[in-house]
Design a binder for this molecule. Sequence first.
Ligand SMILES: NC(=O)c1ccc[n+]([C@@H]2O[C@H](COP(=O)([O-])OP(=O)(O)OC[C@H]3O[C@@H](n4cnc5c(N)ncnc54)[C@H](O)[C@@H]3O)[C@@H](O)[C@H]2O)c1
Length: 518
Amino acid sequence: MAASSLPRKNVSVIGIGRLGLCFALVLENKGYNVVGVDLNTPYVKKINSKTLKSNEPRVEELLAASRNLRATESLAEGANHSDALFILVDTPSTGGERHYDHSKLGSVLSALNALKVKNKHIVIGCTVLPGYIAKVGRFLIQDCENCSLSYNPEFIAQGDIVNGQLRPDMVLIGEGSKAAGDRMQQIYEDMCENKPKICRMSPESAEITKLGVNCFITMKVTFSNLIGDIADRTPGADKFAITNAIGQDSRVGTKYLRPGYGFGGPCFPRDNRALGGYSEMVDIDPLLFKATDAYNKYHTAVQLKDKLAEPTESFTFTGVAYKPNTKVPIIEESQRLAIAKGLAEAGRRVLIRDYADTINEVKKEYGGLFQYEVLRDDQSNAPEAEVPRSIALAKPRLETKSESKLPAAAAPPAASSSYVAPSAPVSAASSSISATTTPITVGSLMASSASSAPTATPAATTATTAASTEDGQPRRASRAKAPAGAPASGSSATVAGAAGSTSAGQPAADDQGGCIIS
Ligand SMILES: NC(=O)c1ccc[n+]([C@@H]2O[C@H](COP(=O)([O-])OP(=O)(O)OC[C@H]3O[C@@H](n4cnc5c(N)ncnc54)[C@H](O)[C@@H]3O)[C@@H](O)[C@H]2O)c1
């Protein structure tokens, strides 16, 4: 590609929403002259007048301090400003078989093609299905002269975008040409405050890598939840001690290896399914991704069933967004909220405590199902029930009728309890997992319909009005270590730990509701 005469410190960002605006601001802060293009007129005006309000940490501060960021609705203006055009428009999960809806990305590429831009490095940052760049993207810009098309997704999470961009573990560059890779590498070296690993490869490899990272993380999260569920049904076993020890093996590592809630949010679940979908397109059965997805749902069903077995009528959930301790009001596939929903639909009183924006999102979907308490901005929405790692926990065990007659020490572990693991490999197609006594319809947990709620309510519940607890967890002061092997009675002496690992030390780039870096 011919060298561009445009200043090296000029960059254009097309699509300056949550991710793109942060990227533009961070670059500006590091000395770049940035033009941001967006179709949303009022939003563009707010950026230019610096009146934009944002839940994303540091956005308002960086915007107020910015001198060399200009927003525009004109794609031509953005294209003329720089040889490096980063596209960060939304690719929602409504793309059917292709999983991501690439239509907005496609329209930007087509518009650049219509402008017949020359000598540009066009860089797609949006999440796409593998194969998009080779099979669609290159075709859409075929009239652009001397232009490279690269893939450069980011590994960041809402609520931590600026920090994630300033200090990434890794920069993934799927370079359309060596010159494009060099250009991107220079930009990231200028931008990052750490020294991230820079991984350069083909766009095709980068498309798979992007989703592969998230698939691995979700698999690890799910693995720890599976280990945790097994441990919870093994008298004397401590799931946190187990997963912590497993993580000490350097081949495994401790990150995302702590039992808690299942993963949710706008990236992890969909990326896992998308790579599975792509895998099927290339004739590989993605058994592992299917199992991750299925066990994630199953784990939430297990947690709900455990909570329903507690003699507690009132539950309080502080922080119900897809990950704990965030002001970003995203509740998409929040496993914590799925459990709250299941409890409320089973007739328990559920109080949701969170910031106003998150409460509004919950109300939109669930209306009067819950009671609500709005937190002030200076209050924390970090769940209070943090389970100390050193305490051995025993969960109320779920007993079958025959099992309940056995003495505690002889009670069989999980395999004979009321949860029955699927005998065949888990199939993602199946949306429900059976229990011998009370079926848990996994699909019902995530569906908005109230009609399919699990109905298992132990008799003890009707007789007991326990004090309202955080997520139904006894407060730390009232926790007691259950004797190893003792059957749980549902009183405060036994602690439901699976849903109790919460925010302390929560990794920043995390869609998971309860995974904690050790
Ligand atoms: N937000 C995240 O944390 C995150 C994390 C990883 C990956 N991603 C990926 O990054 C991409 C962007 O995500 P986001 O969360 O910033 O989306 P977003 O919806 O917040 O922002 C997208 C922006 O693009 C603008 N836009 C749409 N069509 C346009 C067009 N033709 N021309 C110019 N602007 C246009 C929209 O007005 C909007 O402001 C997506 O592919 C997403 O999957 C996002």
